[in-house]
Design a protein around this ligand. Structure first.
Ligand code: NAD
Length: 336
């Protein structure tokens, strides 16, 4: 069994912890929580062992009547690998600690690429992460873009990619970050950081990304404009994307006309928190014209990187087969 600890029990950390629990080859040793809130109580109810960052945190939890097992260092003593799910740039401050204690670490997309030896999307570059000490699972947007570009590149060759990203303003519970009546250029300059980030996974891809922030919380929406090396047909692209793991093609005739329908679909599936781990492509939007390919893609930002975290854990622990790891992860998370 691979012994896993999760540092940072927020949007991503909670989901990664739950996913680790579902793996037949992993044990969730414990999670690090900062605030003694209802999520901490829920974690205890689920049987998760809680740890705090330091003794001041332990005191805070004890005063709130929530049992904790110790501090981060105590957790690190007991694990093979830590999934660092702390806020962006905080993970990097823990890097030395993890390495000094001889622990392998998975970081998230809010960190600079330099935090880890490899930036990772399972179906694109699993083999690069095998046996590494540090791996960074790239951001939600980069994960989705990499999955679809990689599939199309393998089959037809992608000459260049242009992507316009409409980003959700904040995660659902982050009311204080809310954007109410504006579309924010995020950033004003072009390209946005996503293009460089995709190249940390697919270094050869000619890609430019532009991003805006819109007043929603549930998904990002990408407008994909790709130039292939050879002519392709609409049907072939639809077929390829339908066959690509962790990409889901949804249709207008089935009621999918907006991110709201996709969000509702997630809830109907009965998955925990209504999570959608797949990059969602609107099948009707796929249009090939000579070498040009266009489509809309949705990204459930809270969920899409969860399977990558699980595969990254297996890779750093020496699993050599991407296919095998992806298959187990998909099965346990209900990804068909
Ligand atoms: P979050 O704010 O929801 O969760 C972070 C958690 O870490 C919180 O519970 C916070 O209390 C805790 N924390 C804060 N400081 C800490 C510290 N010093 N030590 C330990 N824990 C600490 O953040 P998130 O959205 O889960 O993001 C985590 C990482 O995942 C970031 O790198 C982010 O960029 C990346 N990511 C986020 C999303 C998303 O849409 N939320 C998607 C993909 C990747």
């Amino acid at each position: 069994m691979i012994r896993v600890g999760v540092n940072g029990y927020g949007t991503i950390g909670r989901r990664v912890a739950d996913a680790v629990k579902l793996q037949p080859d992993m044990e969730l040793v414990g999670v690090v929580k900062v605030t003694p809130d209802y999520k901490a109580r829920k974690a205890v109810e689920k049987g998760y062992r809680l740890y705090c960052v330091d003794m001041a945190g332990v005191e805070k939890f004890r005063k709130a009547g929530i049992n904790v097992e110790g501090i981060l260092d105590d957790l690190l003593q007991q694990v093979d690998v830590v999934a660092d799910c702390t806020p962006g740039d905080v993970g990097a401050t823990y890097r030395e600690k993890y390495l000094n204690m001889g622990r392998r670490a998975i970081f998230q997309g809010g960190e600079e690429a330099e935090v880890a030896e490899v930036s990772f999307v399972a179906q694109c570059n699993f083999e690069k992460a095998i046996g590494r000490k540090t791996v960074r699972v790239v951001s939600c947007n980069t994960t989705a873009i990499s999955r679809v570009i990689h599939a199309l590149d393998q089959e037809y060759g992608v000459e260049k990619a242009r992507v316009v990203i409409a980003r959700r303003a904040s995660d659902p519970e982050e009311a204080s970050k809310g954007l109410i009546d504006a579309v924010v250029l995020d950033p004003v300059e072009i390209p946005s950081h996503h293009a460089g980030d995709v190249r940390t996974v697919l270094p050869h891809v000619d890609i430019v990304t532009m991003a805006i922030k819109i007043p929603t919380t549930h998904m990002h929406l990408h407008s994909m404009i790709l130039t292939m090396k050879n002519n392709v047909s609409t049907d072939k692209v639809r077929d390829l994307l339908s066959r690509t793991t962790r990409v889901k093609v949804l249709w207008k005739s089935e009621g999918f006309k907006s991110t709201a329908n996709v969000f509702e679909y997630g809830r109907e599936t009965g998955r925990p928190r209504g999570d959608i781990y797949e990059a969602v492509v609107w099948g009707d939007s796929v249009k090939a014209d000579g070498r040009e390919v266009y489509f809309f893609m949705g990204v459930h930002q809270e969920a899409i990187v969860v399977p990558e975290n699980i595969d990254a854990i297996r890779a750093v622990m020496g699993e050599t087969s991407a296919e095998k790891s992806i298959k187990i992860t998909n099965k346990t998370l209900g990804i068909s």
